[in-house]
Design a protein around this ligand. Sequence first.
Ligand SMILES: NC(=O)c1ccc[n+]([C@@H]2O[C@H](COP(=O)([O-])OP(=O)(O)OC[C@H]3O[C@@H](n4cnc5c(N)ncnc54)[C@H](O)[C@@H]3O)[C@@H](O)[C@H]2O)c1
Length: 311
Amino acid sequence: MKILVTGGAGFVGSHLVDQLLANDEQVLVIDNFATGRRDNLSQHSNLRVVEGTIADESLMASLFGEFEPNVVVHAAASYKDPENWEEDVKTNALGSAIVANLSKAHEVQRLIYFQTALCYGLKPLEQPITLQHPVQPWESSYAISKTAGEQYVRLSGVDFISFRLANAYGPRNLSGPLPTFFHRLTNDKPCFVMDTRRDFIYIDDLIGLSKKAVYGDGRSGFYHVSSGSDFAIKELFDAVIEALQIQLEEDVEVLPRKPDDAPSILLDPSVTNEEFKWQVTTDLNVGVNQTIAYYNEYGIVDTYTHLKQSE
Ligand SMILES: NC(=O)c1ccc[n+]([C@@H]2O[C@H](COP(=O)([O-])OP(=O)(O)OC[C@H]3O[C@@H](n4cnc5c(N)ncnc54)[C@H](O)[C@@H]3O)[C@@H](O)[C@H]2O)c1
């Protein structure tokens, strides 16, 4: 198969590219390296990497025309600077509209999208969140523009799968609490954790599911990707401490939630479990150990956040 992966040098995209190449597929990656790393991708005869932006319509049209992908995995997203609304709109809304339109024009068999759970807002109305929960992404530029992108994917009429993700973590992940804890702990900076619970999904579990979607499993539509369990941020922190084999002089400070913090954000994966015959198999401690091993080997220069408030 020929598979176009936007954002293929990023965390999620690059892991999927590795697996597709291992299956002998031909892969074309477009990435502007805003948050992706060149060394996330190894050279391979079936892989072509183009540096550029998905918001460049003529570049994208020529790539679709030359490559004629069977499947498009749209993993590119902008979130690096929460104040840079223009870049978020260009990449997440305009770029997604371009990818969706070209997928339709070139009769792509399937278009796969990765949506943020922030589409349900910072204060979801139910726990766990079902697919019937209203979409209310109003608190961040990232969530607003990603939701616009998701709607263009749907509007295109192309057979699509939009995976709405819990916090994904694993080797190469540079956003969210795990790389931040690692970065601070290994640079002798103090850490604190919020008294909140969140939903975490290990990259191997997410990639296993994404591969099923690439190869045609599941009906077109929206799906939650979650382990089905939420964890206290303190549990994640303790798993990092254990993986780093360090002993803190004092236990980490647990800060009370601010009025705007949801006590828990947990997605209900039951529809996904049934439709894709899939479920999470990686235990949190195992996943954290593998992630820390990667950070120890490759280091972290930058970490990013999708939300200004969570900094
Ligand atoms: N990681 C998570 O927990 C999570 C949760 C919800 C949704 N998502 C979504 O999953 C997808 C992958 O995220 P990730 O965690 O791998 O992040 P990432 O930052 O590692 O990957 C995104 C990639 O897109 C590239 N990119 C940004 N703007 C671009 C542009 N204009 N043109 C081309 N490439 C561009 C970046 O350089 C990067 O390589 C994104 O769509 C993201 O919104 C991720």
